[in-house]
Design a protein around this ligand. Structure first.
Ligand code: F6P
Length: 376
């Protein structure tokens, strides 16, 4: 009996998605008893039944390409904008799964996608997922694909910023993506020899940060590189945010809708206020150190372009392992990275968790040992 397999890519794109699609597709076709179909633009394409043929021809020459040939979106099955409304389209998605007589649906994505895929698994669909995101924050996997490439891009940027910071005797603050996790800023910061690394897991003190730069000045080094994660928080902001989140949780526990709405508005206002937080830090450091300061925001450069060799290997072996799981009829799982191998982790153990940088992580220890200020 042949099996019909669907694939979609959801959430923010990341290098290695095409390598994963190819890994899944070619491994599936090699069994001689599987048919595959791609759905365009994440869960939206599955809802709208927009498909892409995936055969030897379409799977060829995509290994090195950035982005995803399938397209992606951040649409959620249960909260999808349709016209002027936001609707629960789960039933339509289930109908389309059945219309294609799918035996399995493979959803490639980060934390949000794992959650959305799990919801579909709870509706009875045979779901498998792969962990991708440049943020490396998916729980229960050693690493996600996309992270390695993004770290290389951010490191190269820091390398380039070093020489210009040195020439102009400036502070250059470089904002790195990563959502609320510090993996990318930490990895690129260590690899690029940043003098200060600020990550969300370690709320930073402005004075300690400025002091670290002043100490370098006293030693005759009149430039510094500050690698800051987009989600990094000053100690003050951290206290404020924790307070707001606590209020929201307590209001939800008590079932106090009014208080919950107020706390949610407070959280929204907090995010609005933080839009330029790295620019604010850059200006504060200039005032406190007397060194001219500039901000570079790396942004989506970190998500684009050719995947690194490491990400191509990772995405290919995850794709191939995923088809092994399909052959065994193993569903409701994420194919996670486990050292040089892989393991199938039940989706309920993945969702609702985030893999942040542990405070005793060897990268943090190594950064401190080579004299990097971590902002505390
Ligand atoms: O999750 C990947 C990521 O690039 C994060 O690092 C970043 O916070 C977010 O996506 C940006 O999202 P968007 O591309 O929707 O602006």
């Amino acid at each position: 009996m042949s099996k019909h397999i669907g694939i979609l890519t959801a959430g923010g794109d990341s290098p290695g998605l095409n390598a994963a699609i190819r890994g899944i597709g070619k491994s599936a076709l090699a069994t001689g008893k599987m048919h595959i179909v791609g759905f365009r633009d994440g869960f939206r394409g599955l809802m709208e039944n927009r498909t892409m043929r995936l055969d030897r021809e379409t799977l060829s020459s995509i290994l090195t390409r950035g982005g995803t040939i399938l397209g992606t979106s951040r649409d959620k099955p249960h909260k999808m904008p349709v016209g002027s409304e936001v609707m629960d389209m789960t039933e339509v998605i289930c109908d389309n799964y059945n219309r294609h007589s799918l035996d399995a649906l493979i959803c490639i994505g980060g934390g949000g996608t794992q959650k959305n895929a799990y919801r579909l698994a709870q509706k009875g669909l045979n779901i498998l997922t792969l962990p991708k995101t440049i943020d490396n924050d998916v729980a229960m996997t050693d690493i996600t694909f996309g992270f390695h490439t993004a770290m290389e891009i951010a490191t190269e940027a820091i390398d380039r910023l070093h020489s210009t910071a040195h020439s102009h005797h400036r502070i250059i603050v470089v904002e790195v993506m990563g959502h609320n996790a510090g993996w990318l800023a930490l990895g690129a910061g260590v690899a690029g020899g940043a003098d200060v690394i600020l990550i969300p897991e370690i709320p930073y003190d402005l004075h300690s940060t400025a002091n670290a730069i002043r100490k370098r000045q006293q030693r005759g080094t009149n430039f510094s590189i500050v690698a800051i994660a987009e989600g990094a928080l000053s100690i003050g902001d951290h206290v404020l945010l924790t307070g707001l989140k606590d209020k929201k949780d307590k209001a939800r526990e008590k079932g106090d809708g009014k208080a919950q709405k107020k706390a949610e508005e407070g959280l929204l206002e907090f995010s609005r206020q933080r839009v330029n937080h790295t620019l604010k830090l850059t200006q504060e450091l200039e005032v406190m150190t007397g060194l001219e300061s500039r901000l570079t925001i790396l942004g989506h450069c970190q998500r684009g372009g050719t995947p690194s060799a490491a990400d191509r290997v990772l995405a290919t072996r995850l794709g191939s392992a995923c088809i092994d799981s399909v052959e065994r009829g193993e569903y409701g799982v994420m194919i996670a990275v486990d050292g040089e191998g892989t393991k199938s982790v039940p989706l309920e153990e993945v969702v609702g968790k985030k893999k942040l940088v542990p405070l005793d992580h060897p990268w943090i220890r190594a950064a401190r040992n080579v004299g990097t200020c971590m902002g505390d």
